[in-house]
Every structure is written in structure tokens, then in C-alpha cells.
Design a protein around this ligand. Structure first.
Ligand code: MG
Length: 402
């Protein structure tokens, strides 16, 4: 036996729609349609098996954008059934949604306003739990403000006793076997203007209970509501972004040997029987590292920022390139988490220089030495490094963007 929800989204709205140029359920908050948020709230709830959206016949295109149907029935989101079109009143649309669910063997059904995108999982749980003891359950909030009755002339004619007064919200949950015939009977009796399903259930004599609602489960009615909802979502999103935005990048470089008496490796001058050939000082290790950092922030590569065709970089110390990459990270309000470097060569031996290289790199990057890994390997005499034709280096870097 399944749990279903009917999301009533067939209204044309009025106040909010006029400002947004589209029915309010299709207005965007936080970059996506109000209705998209609402469907997600139910589709992601573990107790919900089926989501039936009821839309206006004019909104087929808008709905297709708000909720593109998955290609495979097994795809996530497939608990969302194809939308059906509604009637001229909210009640008629609710009936159409229930009719579409009739063949789906639902034990309980919630009926929810599309314009309440902030419904929380706890509220859904509470209305469903209450169905154990009642035919229906709705979330509500006790009225806290003093209520005034106002006469025709704008003068207050009385103060309403607010004891036992609640503001009704949705989702309103019912046992399907109770609400489906009740809706049919109401329609057959020519009644069509119940403003919520609890009112219809009361008319039908069903026992409907109330559970604690949520202040945040607001109905979007006015353009101000839309603007407030948009702000709330954006603030929430930016709060999530305050969890670290961790990026990783990789780099690889090769330089060939040429006659000489030293190589530059990892910012260190190391005596050797050959030098590395290149436009700059050919520090293959710092080049790979620079590319790893540039890769982590998606900012091109070393050749793009320091073209070999530019005479300015002839013989340049490669630490300049790495320092530039560090500046680019800082310009994005980021910092480097760690780097790891592997040097591939038969000679020179890197082991004796490892700690010195780590210290130089840590100093250039402005991070602790324990955030710098330097490793070396031969390639067992295989390939160009094995034939001692040159040195290769690979690197990775993590960057935390603030
Ligand atoms: Mg290079």
C-alpha cells in the first residue's frame, strides 16, 4: 500500500502572477520554479511513493521546463507521475488528481498547494503519522495575533476570541479510501468551492485532526512573498557554500636533457652531467606543479600565461610561474590545501634533495612543509626517462576556495 501526494498547481494566481508575468508556481525562486522546489520536497521524502501534479492546460510547456520527465522509469524522480490537467476550481483540480491516483493502490494521500515550496519533512511525517488515528490530518499553527472584526466603514466592530483558532496549512493527509469517495460525492452534489480538502472532509463527516505545522511552510501569494522566498533560498545556498569549496588539479610536464652541468628541479639547483633544455630554466617539477594549481582553479595552463614565444621568459626562474599561480589562487579568495609531486627519472637521484625541495616549494606556496609531498621514481629503464633522454614530472594540488 502506497503513500501518494497530489500537488495542486492548476491555479492562475492573481497578485503574484501579475508581477512575475507567469503563474506564481512557475516563477523562479533561487533559480528554479516554485513548483520544482515543491515537487522535490515530496519526491525526496522516503515515505512518499507517488507524486501526482495537477496543472493548468495552458502550462504544459512551463511544466515541462519545471519538471522534465526522466527518460527511464527507474531514474531518480520517477515517483513523479505524468502531470494531469486540472479543473476550474481548486476542488475540481484536487478531484482530478485523486482520480489519476485511483488505479495506483494508494492507502494514504496528501493534497498540497504548489505555492508552498518550503514544506519540511517533519510536517509530512506528522500528518502521515496522524492517519493511524484519524481519517484526515492537516498541519496548522495556532493563531498568535489578536483578531479584529472590521465593519463596512473600516471601523472595528469586535475582537474575535482566538482560543482554539488555527491557521490551516498543507499538505492535508487522508486515507485514500475516505477522501476519494468524499470528493466524488461533493462534486455530484454540485459543491465545487471548498477552499481546502479538510473543509470538504468535514462536510463529508470525516474525522480530521490537526498537527503542528511549520511557520516556514508559507504560502506564496504576493510578489513580496516571491521576493522573500527568493532571498531565503539564496541565503541558504550561500550558507552551504561556506562549507569548503575544495578543488583538485593535476599537472604533467617533460623536458629533455642537453649538454650541461646542472638541472633545476623543484626550485633547487642540482649538479648533474646534463642540463634540462627549455625556454625557461626548464624546472619540470615546478612546471607540473604550476599546472596542477592552475588546473584546480580552472585557469588555463602555464603555456597560456607564459608563452615560450615571449622573449621575456627566456631563462626565467620557474618559481615566477608558480608564484603567479599562487597569486591567481589568492585573487579568488582561495588557499592551497596541499600539493603532491612525483619526479620520474633515472638520475639525478632525488632522495638526497627531497627535504630541500619540499622546503623551497612550501616557501613559494606559503604553506607548511607537511602539505608538500615530493616523491621520485625511476621507470625501470623503460621509455624516454629510462633511456635518460629527459625527466618527467606529475603533480596534483588541492585548492580551497572561500
Ligand atoms: Mg615545461
Amino acid at each position: 500500500m502506497k503513500t501518494a501526494v497530489v500537488i495542486v498547481a492548476a491555479g492562475r494566481g492573481s497578485r503574484a502572477a501579475a508581477a512575475a508575468g507567469v503563474p506564481k508556481q512557475y516563477a523562479h525562486i533561487g533559480g528554479v520554479a516554485v513548483l520544482t522546489h515543491t515537487i522535490r520536497a515530496f519526491a525526496s521524502h522516503p515515505r512518499v511513493d507517488l507524486v501526482q501534479v495537477v496543472i493548468h492546460p495552458d502550462d504544459l510547456t512551463a511544466y515541462g521546463q519545471a519538471w522534465p520527465m526522466p527518460r527511464s522509469p527507474d531514474a531518480p524522480g520517477s515517483k513523479v507521475l505524468p502531470a494531469v490537467t486540472g479543473g476550474t476550481t481548486r476542488q475540481a483540480s484536487g478531484l482530478k488528481g485523486l482520480a489519476a491516483l485511483a488505479a495506483h493502490n494508494a492507502a494514504s494521500v496528501m493534497i498540497h498547494d504548489a505555492a508552498r515550496p518550503f514544506v519540511d519533512p517533519g510536517t509530512i511525517d506528522r500528518v502521515l503519522d496522524a492517519l493511524v488515528h484519524a481519517s484526515g490530518a492537516i498541519p496548522g499553527l495556532q493563531v498568535a495575533d489578536t483578531l479584529k472584526r472590521v465593519g463596512d466603514a473600516g471601523l472595528i466592530s469586535g475582537t474575535v476570541d482566538r482560543t482554539n483558532l488555527w491557521r490551516a496549512q498543507t499538505p492535508q493527509a487522508f486515507r485514500f479510501a475516505d477522501i476519494w469517495p468524499a470528493h466524488q460525492r461533493a462534486a455530484a452534489a454540485g459543491l465545487r468551492d471548498f477552499t481546502d480538502d479538510a473543509a470538504l472532509a468535514e462536510w463529508a463527516g470525516l474525522g480530521v485532526t490537526i498537527v503542528e505545522g511549520q511557520e516556514g511552510n508559507r504560502k506564496i501569494t504576493t510578489p513580496e512573498d516571491l521576493a522573500m522566498a527568493d532571498r531565503a533560498i539564496r541565503e541558504c545556498t550561500s550558507a552551504q557554500l561556506h562549507t569548503p569549496d575544495v578543488r583538485t588539479g593535476t599537472g604533467f610536464d617533460v623536458h629533455r636533457f642537453a649538454p650541461g652541468d646542472h638541472v633545476w628541479l623543484g626550485g633547487l639547483r642540482i649538479p648533474h652531467s646534463a642540463k634540462l633544455e627549455g625556454h625557461s630554466d626548464a624546472d619540470v617539477a615546478l612546471h607540473a606543479l604550476t599546472d596542477a594549481i592552475l588546473g584546480a582553479i580552472g585557469d588555463g595552463d602555464i603555456g597560456q600565461h607564459f608563452p615560450p614565444s615571449d622573449i621575456k621568459w627566456k631563462g626565467a626562474a620557474s618559481r615566477l610561474f608558480l608564484e603567479d599561480a599562487v597569486r591567481r589562487v589568492k585573487a579568488r579568495n582561495g588557499h592551497i590545501g596541499n600539493v603532491d609531486l612525483t619526479i620520474l627519472c633515472e638520475a639525478p637521484r632525488i632522495g638526497p634533495h627531497r627535504e630541500a625541495i619540499r622546503a623551497v616549494i612550501a616557501e613559494i606556496l606559503g604553506i607548511e612543509v607537511d602539505r608538500v609531498g615530493v616523491k621520485a621514481t625511476t621507470t625501470e629503464g623503460l621509455g624516454f626517462t629510462g633511456r635518460r633522454e629527459g625527466i618527467a614530472a606529475m603533480a596534483s594540488a588541492t585548492v580551497l576556495l572561500g
